[in-house]
Ligand binder design. Sequence first.
Ligand code: URA
Length: 437
Amino acid sequence: MAMKMNDIIYKKREGGKLSKEEIDWFITGYVAGDIPDYQVSALLMAIFFRGLDREETFQLTNAMRYSGDTIDLSPIKGIKVDKHSTGGVGDKTTLIVAPLAAACGVPIAKMSGRGLGFTGGTVDKMESIPGFRTSLEPEEFLNQVNETGMAVIGQTAHITPADKKLYALRDVTSTVDNFGLISSSIMSKKLAAGSDAIVLDVKCGDGAFMENLDDAVKLAHLMVDIGTDAGRRTVAAITEMGQPLGLAVGNSLEVIEAIETLKGRGPADITELALRLSGIMVYLGGKAASPEEGCKMTEEALKSGAGLEMLRRFIAAQGGDAAVVDDYSLFPQASVCRELKAENSGYVAQIAARTIGLASQHTGAGRATKEDSLDLAAGVVLSKKVGDAVETGEVLATFYGNDETKVAAAMEAAKEAFVIAEEPVQAPKLIKEIIGL
Ligand code: URA
């Protein structure tokens, strides 16, 4: 009997379990344009309230994974390891972990995203490097990984079209923050992108989709289960996103911080996170006997400069000017620079990541609409982190951009991100849990 969308909506509305056939049918029909947005919206809302069980989530992931092209990475030798962050503020981790893991012999063939809302995206960041190409032909992409050790490109239009359509619909129907929908969305893309193993950085806190630890743990387990069921080694680290990661937020500012980190001069939190995640990647890539040994190898790659050298080669291979690594004046420059100063002394108790992310967006570093172009020089650089002591009049953060009004508005918006306490404050734990090792 022919399926009807109305029956599928009804079944989920009443708390029923969707079959593989029903899920495949609605995804295929939706991508083909045969099922209208209003019916899919109703189904999404039913899913939002009734949820998806492990099997339904897996079937939805697969239906989206195969809704378009999938990447065959078999021409690349070795165990390919991917890394994905669920999205945060100041998260330039890919630009550090990818070169470190590649320098330890793990081939990295990665697709990254653009910024979304108040969160940044690796593709936008890489575009602040003059000449850098974020789009490569499939053969070029594979050859570059074999020859250089790594390649990072933007997602092609033909990968997981079902996720693209569903994500856009979820965005406007208040159905984004659902465990089954988030995990299937992320994992469909990761599985279609073809790597053998996946390291997930599940952000937790005010600047992330998952604001509390229990939710982040639940999401991480779901994604690890999907990856495992699909035959991919999958590990998830739950990491702090209550305050921005590192000090820099904004495209070229974050690339500069990533370079500084590869030079051994990065902030402590981003350095620690990058070493731990890349260590796990080296282990999953079969180049170390344990994650700890992997971490020692990536530490060595950082100390010896091998990671920095890999970054240089990667930038040049994708048409970028590798001289930026030694000369930051080659990045787009900001003409406006303003400092936010502390109004009282004490200890920094909070730097709300979401507020800083939004402030950075206001400077011009992020998009308010899909069509907006970015000011790649714009953003925020913190001078303090949670736990630091601060004196009245000391600089808390510096705001960059090319539009006086935007920078002033951003600074105003960022003020409320900072909470100064009288008593000493403990810095938050960076890596909260690791699942799947
Ligand atoms: N990132 C994604 O790719 N999908 C989601 O649903 C949420 C975050």
